[in-house]
Design a protein around this ligand. Structure first.
Ligand code: ADP
Ligand code: MG
Length: 238
């Protein structure tokens, strides 16, 4: 399960309201992309959902239960960052296993999940390497592996491909889309890249200055942008 509902969520940093009251429902299993220019609040919104930032007012429900005050580790969500945040001294196996060791799962279960994730991500032959011996794309896959083993209700990606070169980025987009098809888990994916949004999303949420300008499928936004901002951002012929 992985239905996420934001109800009148706001966020202030000091006196600055970065997110004015915002309502949004993300359906279970959906691939939702938050897109908008730099500074529009995409990362903040993702961090609010993850529980890495406290909301100023409003509520967040996960699968119908109020998660507003639930600490990040107990929300059942897994975040994948653009900086891979891998431990350089640990092998790939240990990096992927890390959250499960913290959660004190037994070793057989840890091995089962790590090997399953490595299989999905084509990392089986790399489990004994260290991050320094991997390519950028492989490092990003390890970071995704560390999320997969937690078997989260939803994956939250914050511009995970922005450190990769253009060719690799295209390949990783496909891999993440494949992963979504295979796992059928809710994914929220933040990017400032319209092409990424248009090619990956079931549903796109267009943000400007913390405000949702439009929510819809890529085709809906392209064909019927609600305003000039959406049209310009998505690249509609309007
Ligand atoms: P995006 O990810 O879309 O580029 P962010 O969510 O990082 O945007 O930032 C949205 C706004 O909130 C920006 O104006 C940014 O400066 C501000 N902001 C983000 N984090 C903090 C923080 N910890 N303290 C103060 N302001 C912040
Ligand atoms: Mg950001």
């Amino acid at each position: 399960m992985g239905r996420i509902q934001l109800k009148s969520v706001t966020k202030k940093f000091g006196d600055v309201e970065v997110i004015p009251p915002l309502d949004l429902t993300i359906q279970d299993g959906e691939f939702t992309v938050f897109v908008g220019p730099s500074g529009c609040g995409k990362s903040t919104l993702l961090r609010l959902i993850a529980g890495l930032e406290d909301i100023t007012s409003g509520n967040i429900d996960i699968d119908g239960a109020d998660a507003t005050d639930v600490p990040p580790a107990k929300r059942g969500l897994a975040m994948v960052f653009q900086s891979y945040a891998l431990y350089p001294h640990m092998t790939v196996r240990k990096n992927i296993a890390f959250p499960l060791r913290m959660a004190k799962l037994d070793q057989a279960e840890i091995d089962r999940r790590v090997e399953g994730a490595a299989d999905v991500l084509n990392l089986t032959d790399y489990l004994d390497r260290r991050p320094g011996q991997l390519s950028g794309g492989q490092r990003q896959r390890v970071a995704i592996g560390r999320a997969i083993v937690r078997e989260p209700a939803a994956f939250l990606f914050d511009e995970p491909l922005s450190n990769l070169d253009a060719a690799l980025r295209v390949g990783m987009r496909l891999e993440i889309s494949e992963l979504h098809k295979r796992l059928a888990t809710t994914m929220i994916y933040v990017t400032h890249d319209q092409v990424e949004a248009m090619t990956m999303a079931d549903k796109i949420v267009v943000l400007q200055a913390g405000v949702i300008e439009q929510v819809g499928s890529p085709l809906e936004l392209y064909k019927t942008p609600r305003n000039l901002f959406v049209a310009g951002f998505i690249g509609s012929p309007k």
